[in-house]
Design a protein around this ligand. Sequence first.
Ligand SMILES: [Zn+2]
Length: 383
Amino acid sequence: MKKLSLFMFIDALGWEIIKDRDFLKDLVPHRYRAQMQFGYSSTAIPTILTGEKPTAHKHLSFYYYAPDKSPFKIFKALLLQYLPGCIVDRWRVRHILSKLVAKLYGYTGYFEMYAMPFDRIHYFDYIEKTDMFVPDGLKPVKNLADRLEEKGIPYHISNWRLKEIENIEALIKEIKEGEIRFAFLYTAAMDSLLHMVTKDGKEIDEKLEWYSEQIHRVIDEVKKTYDDFYFAVLSDHGMTTLEGVVDVKRKVEGLGLKFGEDYVAVYDSTMGRFWFLNDRAEQRIVDILSQIPHARVLSEEDEKRYYIDFEDNMYGDKYLLMDPGWQIEPCDMGIKALPAMHGFAPEHEDSYAALLSSEPVDIPLETVADFHRLMLQKMQDLT
Ligand SMILES: [Zn+2]
């Protein structure tokens, strides 16, 4: 019997967005809520692709402190930090520069410099240098493609660089050929849309309608070529509407400490990460962080249960996490807060991810890491 296992990833299609909607109920009536991995898509996707936690696969945010091996020392050498802010702060300029850097160093992963200041970037390295979806993409940890190759299962995994419709067409073409037994369809446009219109935007229904039409096209082709199929839709996290902003950077910089000598910091949109270079700076920064409104400093206990207690503190000696809905503005990811964001506490209702399945799932789906175990189970069914 010829069977296909098909998984479709829809970025940011959280449980709160899906729970009261009829989206694809005819195809995937069994619906599950799963806890997001603390962090962003940059954390959740490697977690789903490997079934491992951040402390094992080492992906949390994009930038981590590594002054000795930073590939961005070239920025210092080229004196790029002296370019006027009106040029380097333009998104288009940064996007082109990011492409140049990626080409120069042969990066195959998603590389974007965002709003990281050019006079600070040389303190950091960037984690996502390789394509996480291809064999050896997360080595030494095994990813989805490695598992499929090991088992000798013919497969198709989308190219994340392509547009959604291009990936759908590429999948349909493979299905028509009938060789593949496992497919992972990747789509990310829902995330960008939710960031702009929030989970209450009327555009969300239109977008879901479009996905529904496309998926029915895919499944019609599957039915023509295969005797049986399994289908699931999965996501990595939800989306939380903006409540307000806090200028964390200004508060920390108000202490008058020297960046690079006393401390180093990265300001992600929902979390600040700090490395202390001397005790005095540590004391003063921890003190000011505890006074920042709508935020909390993560305890060692929090770091452990979120699996971000890295042995070498590569992502920070201390993390400041914003309360749900509260964003850091400005941050190193952008000058202005977005109408909605993710990356808050995984326990918050808007953070939860979802898995919609064509059959009842008989393994526990507690966190998104369990989605990997479900994919392994469906590979087993094929062999
Ligand atoms: Zn996003």
